[in-house]
Design a protein around this ligand. Structure first.
Ligand code: GLU
Length: 304
C-alpha cells in the first residue's frame, strides 16, 4: 500500500541520465510525470542521474534542463545531482550492511556469465560469494541478499504487478566494482530524500520497481505510487535508445513534439491549434487524463 498520505500534495519527478540530448522517449517521460503531478496542483522536481560519470556526455545535463524549459516543463526547487549524493548512498548501504542484508562479492562478470542462469535483466548471480568470499578473493562489489517472496504493487497504468526478485533477478549489486553505487539504491534514497509521492516513468523501469520496493522496505522508506508509461519505439519496434541519440527534440520548435508526446500518451488533441507552449499547457493540464494512457508502446515514426 502506498504511504503517500491521502490529501497530501502529490510530488512527481523526472530523473534523466545525462547521456545525450533529450529525445522523444525522454520527452514522453518528462511530459507524463509533469502533467500527472501538475494537473493535480502537485509539485514536479528534476534530478540528474549522473552517478556514472563514464556514461555522461559533457554538457548533456545543462542541455536537457534548457530543453525542458523550452517545453514549458518548469520544475520546483533546486535540481538534485546524484554525483553529489555519494555520502547518502554510502549511509544507506551501511544500514543494509548493519542488518546483515548484504555481502561482498569477488566475482567478475565473466565468472558470473559462465555459471549463471539467465534472468530478467542479465544473468542471475549464482551465489558464489553468498556465504563468504572464496579464499584469496578480494571484494569487488556489494550485493543484496534476496530471499524468495512476491513483491506486489498496483501500477497506476499497468495494473497489478508481482515479482519474486530472488527468482528472476537474484542477489543484485548495490555498489559496483568501480565503487559507484547502483542505480537501484540511489533512486530509492533520492525518491525518499525528495519526498516523491508519484513516480511516473517509462515502462523500461517496470521490472526494476520490485527491487526498489524491496530496498524501501529494508530501509524503512515510504513507497511512492508507481505509474509506467508506454515506451516510444523506433521504426524497428525496439525502444528508442539514448545512446543512438534517436530523434533529439528540437528546443527551437517545441510545440510539434509536445503535441506528439501528448497524443502518444493517448490524450485528446486540443480543440484548436495552440499558439505557443504556455497556451498548450494552460489547455493541457486541466485536460490530462491518466486513464487514457495506453499500456502498449507505439512506433513513434507514425507521430512525428
Ligand atoms: N535515470 C533513468 C533513465 O534516464 C530514469 C530513472 C527513473 O526514472 O527512475 O532512464
Amino acid at each position: 500500500m502506498s504511504t503517500a498520505a491521502v490529501g497530501s500534495r502529490c510530488r512527481g519527478r523526472f530523473a534523466p541520465s545525462p547521456t545525450g540530448p533529450l529525445h522523444f522517449g525522454s520527452l514522453v517521460a518528462a511530459l507524463g510525470s509533469f502533467a500527472d503531478a501538475r494537473s493535480g496542483a502537485g509539485e514536479w522536481l528534476v534530478r540528474i542521474e549522473d552517478l556514472d560519470r563514464t556514461r555522461e556526455v559533457p554538457g548533456a545535463a545543462d542541455g536537457m534542463l534548457r530543453t525542458l524549459e523550452a517545453f514549458g516543463l518548469h520544475w520546483d526547487g533546486p535540481v538534485l545531482y546524484q554525483r553529489l549524493r555519494t555520502d547518502a548512498y554510502a549511509a544507506a548501504l551501511e544500514r543494509l550492511v548493519a542488518q546483515g542484508l548484504c555481502y561482498p562479492c569477488g566475482c567478475t562478470r565473466r565468472e558470473i556469465a559462465l555459471r549463471a542462469r539467465p534472468g530478467l535483466e542479465g544473468p542471475i548471480y549464482p551465489g558464489t560469494c553468498r556465504n563468504g568470499l572464496p579464499p584469496g578473493r578480494a571484494a569487488r562489489s556489494v550485493r543484496l541478499r534476496t530471499t524468495h517472496a512476491s513483491i506486489r504493487f498496483a501500477d497506476a497504468i499497468l495494473g497489478p504487478q508481482t515479482q519474486d526478485v530472488a527468482e528472476v533477478v537474484g542477489d543484485f549489486v548495490l555498489r559496483r566494482a568501480d565503487g559507484i553505487h547502483a542505480y537501484q539504491l540511489a533512486v530509492v534514497v533520492d525518491d525518499a530524500e525528495q519526498g516523491i509521492t508519484n513516480v511516473v516513468r517509462g515502462a523500461d523501469l517496470l521490472a526494476s520497481t520490485p527491487r526498489q520496493i524491496l530496498l524501501q522496505r529494508h530501509l524503512g522508506l515510504p513507497k511512492p505510487v508507481y505509474a509506467h508509461l508506454p515506451l516510444a519505439l523506433g521504426a524497428d519496434g525496439r525502444k528508442l535508445s539514448k545512446s543512438l541519440a534517436a530523434l533529439p527534440v528540437d528546443a527551437a520548435r517545441p510545440l510539434p513534439a509536445l503535441l506528439a508526446a501528448w497524443r502518444f500518451l493517448g490524450q485528446e488533441a486540443p480543440p484548436e491549434p495552440c499558439k505557443d507552449v504556455a497556451s498548450f499547457w494552460a489547455w493541457a493540464l486541466p485536460n490530462w487524463q491518466r486513464h487514457l494512457v495506453p499500456s502498449q508502446g507505439l512506433n513513434v515514426t507514425v507521430l512525428i
